[in-house]
Design a protein around this ligand. Structure first.
Ligand SMILES: Cc1cc2nc3c(=O)[nH]c(=O)nc-3n(C[C@H](O)[C@H](O)[C@H](O)COP(=O)(O)OP(=O)(O)OC[C@H]3O[C@@H](n4cnc5c(N)ncnc54)[C@H](O)[C@@H]3O)c2cc1C
Length: 309
């Protein structure tokens, strides 16, 4: 077991964490970044091509983009630890961070960049066909479904918003909802129902995703009658919400009703002095690699300012 005192610890290794590490390392803060033991590199490690990250004319594979960010952080001297943070005491002037190997790091400032997880339906084939027709991000992947018939699962504002957005590309979008009314706001529903490319499938749940190499069809069940049917689709967008990974800080950092970390105004400052938060852990709205990276930069600049006083 070792104990060290550092200027800055960053928890999380997606675009937000690595960008914070690049900026902090270049500012001579000698940051330690905990990458996590399972998915170092964050959400983009599970993707294929990223076409919308600026600077890559022909796109870049998600894992390659993250590997570049990782190497860039290392190049400027960030210390990378491929382990999970399992406990944090963030309330005092010196923050105490414990990892899964039993080591403790003490730091004057901490940047939280643990991201959020997309809520899954929970089907085996949903996972298997992820990136091969199953997606959780319309903004990211809608472009790949031009002139296709696709399904969106969900009933809240974001499901309706994603379904409406996808009609720009797809020839038909079927919004599948397990009840007979939507939770989405009235105005959004009115807009959606007026869209000729959008069809509602009420009282229906997806019970399987069919296809050997890519999505070919969905197995559906009527939630009222129990009747099972099959319908052809080449894409499935799952829009049933996100789970911010804020469980380690619930008792100390102020969270909103959905568990996202609250920050002050346009800064990355949390309610605790010396604790900053960025990326999808904070972001309800945009959830993109570039916005996560942007807020990672802000967090490093906010931390640098805090540490220089
Ligand atoms: C399938 C898919 C496709 C996408 N495609 C695109 C796209 O084309 N373009 C785009 O701009 N965006 C895309 N996105 C969205 C983008 O990936 C996210 O917005 C972005 O990764 C968020 O970055 P982040 O750094 O906030 O969090 P994340 O990328 O989620 O990274 C958080 C990291 O923190 C780690 N972590 C969590 N808890 C701990 C802990 N206790 N200790 C240590 N580490 C921890 C996690 O393991 C993870 O590695 C896609 C997302 C998905 C899921």
């Amino acid at each position: 077991m070792s104990t060290e005192v550092r200027e800055l610890v960053i928890v999380g290794s997606g675009p937000a964490g690595y960008t914070a590490a690049i900026y902090a390392a270049r500012a001579q803060l000698n940051p330690v970044i905990y990458e996590g033991s399972v998915t170092a590199g964050g959400a983009l490690m599970n993707t294929t091509e990223v076409e919308n990250f600026p600077g890559f004319i022909d796109g870049i594979m998600g894992p390659d983009l993250m590997d570049n960010m990782r190497k860039q952080a290392k190049r400027f001297g960030a210390e990378l630890i491929t382990d999970d943070v399992v406990e944090m005491d963030l309330t005092g002037d010196i923050k105490i961070i414990k990892d899964g190997s039993g080591n403790t790091v003490q730091a004057k400032a901490v940047i939280l960049a643990m991201g959020s997880a997309y809520r899954e339906i929970g089907l085996e084939n949903e996972k298997r066909l992820s990136g091969r027709g199953v997606s959780w991000c319309a903004t990211c992947d809608g472009f790949f479904f031009r002139d296709q018939t696709i399904a969106v699962v969900g009933g809240g504002d974001s499901a309706v918003e994603e379904a409406t957005f996808l009609t720009k590309f797809a020839s038909k979008v079927v919004l599948i909802h397990r009840r007979d009314e939507l939770r989405a706001s009235k105005i959004m529903q009115e807009r959606a129902f007026a869209n000729p490319k959008l069809e509602m499938l009420w009282d229906t749940e997806v019970i399987d995703v069919l296809g050997a190499e890519k999505v070919e069809a969905l197995e559906l069940r009527n939630t009222k009658t129990g009747e099972v049917s099959k319908r052809d689709f080449t894409g499935l967008f799952v829009a049933i919400g996100h789970i911010p990974r804020s469980e380690l800080v619930t008792s100390s950092v102020t969270l909103d009703d959905e568990g996202y970390v609250k920050v002050e105004g346009r800064s990355t400052r949390t309610n605790l002095s010396g604790v900053f938060a960025c990326g999808d852990l904070v972001d309800h709205t945009y959830r993109q690699a570039i916005t996560a990276a942007g807020s990672g930069c802000q967090a490093a600049l906010d931390a640098e300012k805090f540490l220089s006083h």
